[in-house]
Design a protein around this ligand. Structure first.
Ligand code: PLP
Length: 389
């Protein structure tokens, strides 16, 4: 039996049994969902069942095929949202895009590319994990093509009030498109696309105990009707013409099952994660560890901390040797030597960010695991500080 303690659930989550079963069943259906014969139609039925399951978990009743587009991951869903909006023809108006200063690289790198292409990108501060909504609303004073803001920060767990900004954007000019990267918020904080005034919402299967390599973009019907989104992956016209390429039927079925299971248990799961996080926080506080807790709302599954002058990579290796998996920041950027922009935006110095760790929980974790982490961290701090002396 493995003794690994997995506390890196913001990087990815273990597959849930429901997703595994659905994927095993889907493996028996090898038809192409675009084929008109019976095997193709079987696969098509599986796709639409998964679409309904994911739509229901998002709070969208009777979701239509062009309202939920399956993609290869959250990154691709955000790329479709961002490039699909700004390159839609005719571009409605304006050249301005509003985002935050702590977006995941899947959004931030797209923003840099658009800046190079001549778009004006305004990044709203998120100091201490609080979105400056007044600054965002003030930035809407110019015609704004797109507002793209994350719901929950993947490194600090800060839960941003995107609804307020999106509502203001829509009240200002209903043509402005609103996009939310909800990869870390989906099934962790309650929301619906309509409730947050989002036209577009990105989600990803592997953060909710589904498989890797599947994501989805929710699209409000008005956006499709008014042609304010265009495909950036063109070809055979799958996914209502908005994302060509034969669908990953097996992965999508896993996504649907994970979304259905996660939706059913979300309240209990979030309550459990909150208890575990609070226990962890209490113990770390007693140990005198600096915690980077958002000053506003927060999601239940993420805790960021800064060690006393021990580089996070050193502690990460120390814990990993003992079978404890945590992260030194977003896994997507853990091989980069750059200081995390999210932590810099939070207000940490370069040195503090370099000594910061992220613990991220799922409802499958236990109090014993949290206690084991604290014990190992305590010993690690003692040993590693002594070595440095
Ligand atoms: N957005 C956020 C906030 C994330 O945390 C991640 C992954 O860590 C992504 C987007 C990218 O999702 P995916 O790995 O499915 O491309």
């Amino acid at each position: 039996m493995s003794t690994t303690i997995y506390l890196d659930n913001s990087a990815t989550t273990p597959l849930c049994p429901e997703a595994l079963t659905a994927m095993m069943q889907a493996m028996g259906h090898y038809g192409n969902p675009s084929s008109l014969h019976s095997l193709g139609q079987e696969a098509h039925t599986l796709l639409n069942r998964a679409r309904a399951q994911v739509g229901a978990a998002l709070g969208v009743k009777a979701v239509k095929p062009n309202e939920l587009i399956f993609t290869s991951c959250g990154t691709e869903a955000s790329a479709l949202a961002i490039y699909g909006t700004v390159y839609a023809k005719p571009r409605r108006f304006g050249n301005r895009i509003i985002t935050t200063d702590c977006e995941h690289p899947s959004v931030e790198e797209a923003m840099k590319k658009l800046e190079a292409d001549g778009f004006e990108v305004v990044r709203i501060p998120t100091k201490h994990g609080v979105l400056d909504t007044e600054a965002a609303i003030a930035a809407l004073n110019e015609p704004t093509l797109l507002v793209s803001m994350m719901m929950v920060n993947n490194e600090t767990g800060a839960h941003f009030d995107v609804a307020r900004v999106f509502a203001a954007a829509k009240a200002n000019d209903s043509r402005t498109v609103t996009h939310c990267d909800a990869v870390q918020g989906f099934l962790k904080v309650p929301f619906t696309p309509a409730g947050i005034h989002a036209d577009l919402v990105t989600i990803s299967a592997h953060k909710i105990h589904g498989p890797k390599g599947v994501g989805a973009l929710y699209i409000h019907p008005d956006i499709v009707k008014t042609k304010r989104i265009t495909a950036y992956l063109t070809g055979g016209g799958q996914e209502s013409g908005l994302r060509s390429g034969t669908e990953n039927v097996i992965g999508i079925c896993g996504f649907g099952a994970a979304a259905r299971a996660g939706f059913a248990t979300r309240a209990a799961d979030c309550a459990k994660m909150t208890v575990l996080r609070d226990r962890l926080e209490g113990k770390l506080r007693d140990m005198g560890v600096q915690m980077n807790i958002p000053a506003g709302n927060r999601a239940p599954h993420i805790l960021n901390l800064t060690l006393p002058s021990i580089k996070s990579q050193t502690m990460l290796n120390y814990l990993s040797a003992q079978g404890i998996c945590i992260s030194s920041g977003s896994a997507c950027s853990s091989h980069s030597v750059k200081i995390s922009p999210s932590l810099a935006a939070f207000g940490l110095s370069a040195h503090e960010a370099d000594c910061s760790l992220r613990v991220s929980l799922s409802a499958q974790n236990t109090e014993d695991e949290v206690d084991a982490l604290c014990e190992a961290l305590g010993k690690g701090i003692e040993n590693l500080v002594r070595i440095r002396r």
